[in-house]
Write a protein that binds this ligand. Structure first.
Ligand SMILES: Cc1cc2nc3c(=O)[nH]c(=O)nc-3n(C[C@H](O)[C@H](O)[C@H](O)COP(=O)(O)OP(=O)(O)OC[C@H]3O[C@@H](n4cnc5c(N)ncnc54)[C@H](O)[C@@H]3O)c2cc1C
Ligand SMILES: NC(=O)C1=CN([C@@H]2O[C@H](COP(=O)(O)OP(=O)(O)OC[C@H]3O[C@@H](n4cnc5c(N)ncnc54)[C@H](OP(=O)(O)O)[C@@H]3O)[C@@H](O)[C@H]2O)C=CC1
Ligand SMILES: Nc1ccccc1C(=O)C[C@H](N)C(=O)O
Length: 463
């Protein structure tokens, strides 16, 4: 039997360590090389989200490598959005009408460590840390690395190179500089950035907010969110404009002003954040952007996956889930692999690109939905109706959120098209007063379905 190829994977983040494990399970020789220190031994989380919303697409990928149960053991279920209004009232808006459909809060470090531990157990995987990739020569399948401590440089050769080195990918930069093929690239930054803060557990170690929810303080321009951690704390993230509005990252220049801002907009959260002023200035402000590029592969020797191929804004809680799903889709492409990598890479991109483009756009939609629409009565009415449809007629109706998050058998592109049409139909019917309380739920559903079909027909889509 032909010996399987040597594979070099750049970046041992979430996607890279999952890919390394899967490729090793398939019998390839894998070298996984990471710029940062081993996160199981050193804490340098700066600049990354501490916890993540983990849902069906990500869970499916963990199942592929046999780690679904271990991952779910370290999760906290979040059944819905807990909306906090400015008067300090709260209400829970479920993510689905079905009890078993919820998203999970998981620690980035714990999940990454789980994958690294399992990959390390494989005798055909080697992992190196503190080695930054500087450049990749895809035509020759060679990559240059620099040791973080000694600053020494070395070149590593392989049969194939996978770039899973995140939004600032070194492989992607090298592809951009390789003028032997046409490489398309776009990067769009939002005018908003993010800052991570925290709510510590109470003195008794209890959660100070409802544990099983993703908390949102929608304030129109800006918003605050909080996700629970296993130790009873919450990781709080402020999404705020860099330079616009009365308060922004540029003009909050003192601890007093940070506290004043929170006291004005998030008074209930502020009561639980005694260290806000200090944390605000100790923690970094991160940018939020979308990266799209094509092709994802070059010379039949290298391939971009995860954020390096398609970084998205975090608002759908799908970046990692999509990066994990990449591994599932690539694994399916490997089923038809006949030895020609260029063909396999092309087939993978063909199957995947429309869906990662769609989740990038959906994530921008959800930015507006979270920070503005969740506070609007018409939106709340729509969500209530959708939840009722899902409860009573789960096979006949799935909201956009449910299609994207819980129906992993449907691609993001289809979820976007159907979901957007449904949203438009519902909002149209509600605002025109065509849905009224005299109607049965079944009659309301019929009307929404007909209006959705009409909207889809207008854009020539038939399901
Ligand atoms: C604020 C925020 C919140 C988020 N929340 C969610 C969420 O709730 N749910 C969700 O699904 N997604 C979320 N995401 C998105 C998620 O973080 C990413 O989609 C995911 O981390 C992508 O995984 P990756 O392995 O492709 O990249 P990364 O996790 O960024 O990993 C890349 C790895 O490559 C290493 N690396 C980088 N450059 C080099 C180099 N030159 N040489 C060697 N190694 C290198 C990095 O150190 C890192 O370890 C969020 C993102 C942000 C910013
Ligand atoms: N488009 C987008 O939305 C986004 C793009 N990016 C891009 O991605 C790239 C990477 O960003 P990011 O992940 O935040 O930054 P890095 O991982 O490069 O650095 C984060 C911190 O970790 C330190 N560090 C890195 N490696 C080691 C090591 N081996 N040992 C000890 N300390 C280490 C760095 O120190 P030191 O300063 O010494 O290197 C720095 O203080 C950037 O180019 C950024 O612009 C990032 C996020 C989103
Ligand atoms: N993890 C996140 C990080 C940042 C911003 C949003 C999320 C979400 O998960 C939002 C969730 N999907 C929602 O729609 O309520």
């Amino acid at each position: 039997m032909k010996k399987k190829e040597n594979i070099l994977i750049i970046g041992a983040g979430l996607c890279g360590s999952l890919l390394a494990l899967r490729m090793a399970q398939r019998g390839y020789q894998v070298q996984l090389i990471e710029k940062r220190p081993d996160l199981r031994k050193t804490d340098i989380s700066a600049g990354r989200s501490i916890n993540l919303a983990f849902s069906n697409r990500g869970i499916k990928a963990m199942k592929l490598v046999g780690l679904e149960r271990k991952a779910l053991e370290i999760c906290i279920p979040m059944n819905g959005r807990m909306i906090h209004d400015q008067e300090e009232n709260t209400f829970l808006s479920p993510y689905s009408g079905l009890k078993h459909e919820y998203i999970n809060s998981i620690s980035r470090t714990d999940l990454n460590a789980l994958l690294l531990d399992e990959a390390e157990k494989m005798e055909n995987v080697s992992i190196q840390f503190n080695q930054e990739c500087l450049a990749v020569n895809s035509a020759e399948a060679k990559a240059t690395f620099r040791d973080y401590h000694s600053k020494e440089e070395k070149t590593i050769e392989a049969d194939l190179i996978f770039g899973t080195d995140g939004a600032g990918s070194s492989l992607r930069k090298s592809m951009m500089e390789d003028h032997s093929f046409l490489f398309s690239f776009s990067q769009d930054y939002l005018q908003h950035g993010y800052k991570e803060l925290s709510i510590e557990p109470s003195k008794n170690g209890d959660f100070q907010l409802h544990k099983n929810a993703l908390h949102i303080w929608p304030r129109g321009e800006n918003m605050l969110i909080a996700l629970p951690n296993l130790d009873g704390s919450f990781t709080v993230t402020l999404f705020m404009s860099y330079a616009e509005g009365d308060y922004n990252f540029e003009n909050i220049t003192s601890e007093e002003k940070a506290v004043e801002y929170f006291n004005t907009y998030y008074p209930d959260a502020l009561k639980l954040m005694p260290n806000l002023g200090k944390e605000f200035f100790e923690n970094p402000t991160g940018p939020l952007g979308t990266v799209k590029c094509s092709p994802w592969h070059s010379h039949g020797k290298s391939l971009l996956m995860g954020d390096s191929a398609h970084a998205i804004v975090p608002f759908y809680g799908q970046g990692m889930n999509a990066s994990f799903e990449d591994v599932v889709v690539f694994d399916e492409a490997l089923e038809n692999h006949t030895g020609d990598w260029e063909t396999t890479f092309k087939a993978y991109q063909e199957a995947r690109k429309k869906d990662t483009d769609a989740i990038a756009d959906l994530a921008i939609d959800n930015f507006y939905e979270m920070k503005e629409h969740t506070a609007a009565p018409i939106f709340q009415q729509k969500r209530k109706l959708e939840t009722a449809f899902e409860q009573e007629f789960p096979a006949a109706y799935a909201s956009k959120y449910r299609l994207v998050t819980f129906q992993e058998e449907i691609g993001y592109a289809e979820a976007m098209q159907r979901g957007r049409a449904q949203d438009k139909a519902m909002l149209r019917l509600i605002s025109k007063g065509k849905i009224n309380e005299q109607m049965t739920l079944e009659e309301k559903l019929k009307l929404v379905k007909a209006e959705t079909t009409h909207i889809l027909e207008e854009i020539n889509v038939v399901y």
